[in-house]
Write a protein that binds this ligand. Structure first.
Ligand SMILES: Cc1cc2nc3c(=O)[nH]c(=O)nc-3n(C[C@H](O)[C@H](O)[C@H](O)COP(=O)(O)OP(=O)(O)OC[C@H]3O[C@@H](n4cnc5c(N)ncnc54)[C@H](O)[C@@H]3O)c2cc1C
Length: 445
């Protein structure tokens, strides 16, 4: 390491993992102090991957050397008249909301946690509860500046180097390092959401309710995965719209933190069945209420380190999407298979997706997506491989930002644009420079 390099970044060696805690890897963590410092490390290090907050669940931000974006967290421009926002890639969605909500602007698309960086969210082309009306975050990105493997900094947008843009949104950091991004925010009149809760006795009822409530901006269903037989798939659907009243003051409560790993046995099927039964009984059908933005969009953010509830071995989150045609019947088959395995999570999240976009490795396709957690064990990996085969046969795919175990063949069968993606990486000097544990597992160059 040169003396100059030492002063432009912090360096540590530490075990790193994604939010699921599996797999972990010993890594050199380089955290550049400024945007201009990245070039040094791109040139100095053989192979790197960008890393944001490590909120992806698996190994997409794991590598022997990672460039962490923590210090590149500055706001560059915010036009309060138009809602056009330019930030460095290490800014978190939470940071953005603290600044923009009071001026009447909200994120066009947001995942279920605010503790993610803009760079990570674009690289995953994240979706929210409004995919059926708004698509993914990438569809609201106006432009990106990024550092290529050649050391060159370029600006890319849907009209400027569009091939690079469509490979970078959803490209899991494999095209280069996103340095800054300009995003078009959406106008809001209030820091509140009007939410309606609908209890649905089955998956079929939930999907019908998605259709009848499709004019609502946001919708998501929590499925009880421990109920079987006629109750299989019973769920609580929550639809929401931005409220008109209540003012623009954002209520921010910092999370209470789970300080230590809990024994994984705490999450036994007995405790979880009791939780689900209570949750189902408590939910009121057709109840409307007004909720502040943060607890509505990020209920899990209230408990810092909730991932530790799964114990030291960690957990795998499995999110797949199934095409709309036969989607409900196929989702039922998947849930049945998971229930029979006895390994499934106690709750699953069901969302509807609108049409796919042009981004080469973007996850959503029109249909239904389910996300479940599995406590880590060797038999769970085998189960997920079997589920991967079922998803592929059904014409669906698994979300890369959640994945930790997918095999190369499943990836290549379900992401048909992977060769186009590799061609763009080759064109812009990314091959051999940007790689993660995930990209190596999936057979990307
Ligand atoms: C509780 C919870 C709820 C979630 N809910 C949703 C949801 O509803 N919808 C959804 O779509 N996702 C969801 N996610 C996933 C999460 O939004 C993504 O994994 C996101 O990418 C994490 O951002 P990060 O900053 O932690 O990125 P990391 O985990 O650090 O990195 C993720 C990927 O982005 C790349 N990357 C990071 N920064 C850059 C950069 N500057 N330049 C280039 N590449 C970069 C990394 O190389 C890696 O491939 C959820 C995650 C959690 C923990």
């Amino acid at each position: 390491m040169t003396a100059a390099a030492q002063t432009t970044a912090t360096h540590t060696t530490a075990p790193i993992s994604g939010w699921g805690g599996y797999p972990t890897q010993e890594a050199q963590v380089i955290t550049p102090l400024s945007l201009s410092a990245y070039k040094t490390y791109i040139q100095q290090e053989e192979v790197v991957i960008a890393r944001g907050k490590g909120r992806s669940y698996g190994d997409s931000a794991n590598a022997a050397t990672v460039l962490q974006t923590t210090y590149c967290d500055h706001f560059i421009a915010f036009d309060t008249a138009t809602g056009l926002l330019t930030v460095e890639a290490g800014v978190t969605l939470r940071d953005i909301l603290k600044v923009t909500v009071k001026h009447g602007w909200f994120l066009p698309v947001t995942p279920g946690t605010s503790f993610v960086t803009v760079g990570g969210a674009i690289a995953s082309d994240v979706h929210g509860k409004n995919h059926h009306v708004a698509g993914t975050l990438g569809q609201h990105v106006v432009s990106i500046t990024m550092l290529l493997g050649t050391g060159e900094t370029v600006t890319t947008s849907p009209t400027q180097l569009p091939d690079l843009f469509h490979a970078t949104c959803g490209g899991m950091g494999l095209t280069g390092v996103i340095l800054t991004a300009t995003i078009q925010l959406i106008p809001i009149k209030s820091a509140f959401i009007t939410q309606k809760t609908i209890k649905a006795g089955s998956l079929e009822e939930a999907c019908e309710a998605f259709e009848t409530t499709s004019s609502s901006t946001y919708s998501v269903a929590w499925i009880d995965c421990l109920s079987t037989g006629k109750h299989l798939g019973r769920n609580v659907l929550m639809v929401g719209d931005h409220a008109d009243n209540g003012g623009l003051d954002l209520t921010i409560k910092e999370p209470i933190t789970i300080p230590i790993y809990t024994p994984a046995a705490l999450l036994s099927s007995v405790t979880m069945r009791a939780f689900n039964t209570a949750y189902w009984a408590k939910a009121a059908h057709n109840k409307s209420q007004t909720i502040s933005l943060l607890p509505y969009f990020y209920p899990l953010d209230a408990i810092g380190g909730w991932n530790k509830l799964y114990g030291k071995a960690g957990f795998l989150q499995y999110q797949f999407v199934l095409p709309k045609t036969d989607g409900v019947a196929n989702a039922r088959k998947m849930l049945t298979q998971i229930a029979q395995s006895g390994a499934g999570s106690f709750l699953a999240v069901l969302k509807q997706f609108g049409p796919a976009n042009q981004n080469l490795l973007s996850f959503p396709i029109e249909g239904y997506t389910l996300a479940l957690d599995f406590k880590m064990s060797p038999s769970v990996i085998d189960l997920l491989h079997r589920l991967d085969d079922m998803v592929a046969d059904m014409g669906g795919r698994v979300y890369l930002t959640k994945d930790a175990v997918m095999r190369e063949a499943s990836f290549k069968a379900t992401y048909p644009k992977w060769q186009e993606f590799e061609a763009v990486r080759h064109k812009y000097g990314a091959i051999g420079k940007f790689a993660s544990a995930q990209s190596q597992r999936l057979g990307l160059a």
